[in-house]
Design a binder for this molecule. Structure first.
Ligand code: NAG
Length: 116
């Protein structure tokens, strides 16, 4: 084998041996951006809950009601919307009120779903 060919093949062999996530995708959740003003967050939550997000878990006495902050409720609503509709072209944006995170935001009995 010529050394030129080896120089081309070697990086390919090394790259292909790096383990990948089984489906090649990283787990991502969609949460509220801390810097978003409350007024904008509230609008985005109302919109998300009316357009596909399942907001039942952030209602009083439900597992994601606490902590009862707009930011936490917005994060749950954004993620619900994003997970359900991401394969239909939805993005984690909400007029810049949302950001993507690789850290699972679930806490206690409040589970933020991740759909592959
Ligand atoms: C919303 O979530 C609740 C609790 O997980 C579930 O019982 C309900 O069926 C869901 N509603 C819709 C429309 O998916």
């Amino acid at each position: 084998m010529s050394s030129t060919l080896l120089m081309i093949l070697l990086p390919l062999i090394i790259l292909s041996s790096i383990p990948q996530e089984s489906d090649g995708q990283l787990e991502e959740w969609c949460i509220a951006d801390e810097q978003t003003p409350d007024e904008d967050l509230q609008k985005a939550v109302d919109w998300a809950c009316g357009n596909g997000a399942n907001c039942s878990k952030i209602q009083v006495n439900q597992p994601c009601y606490l902590p009862n902050t707009l930011k936490d409720h917005a994060s749950f609503a954004f993620n619900s919307y994003f997970q359900k509709l991401k394969h239909k072209g939805a993005s984690c944006y909400f007029a810049a009120a949302a950001i993507v995170t690789a850290l699972d935001p679930s806490h206690g009995s409040c589970k933020f779903e991740y759909l592959p």
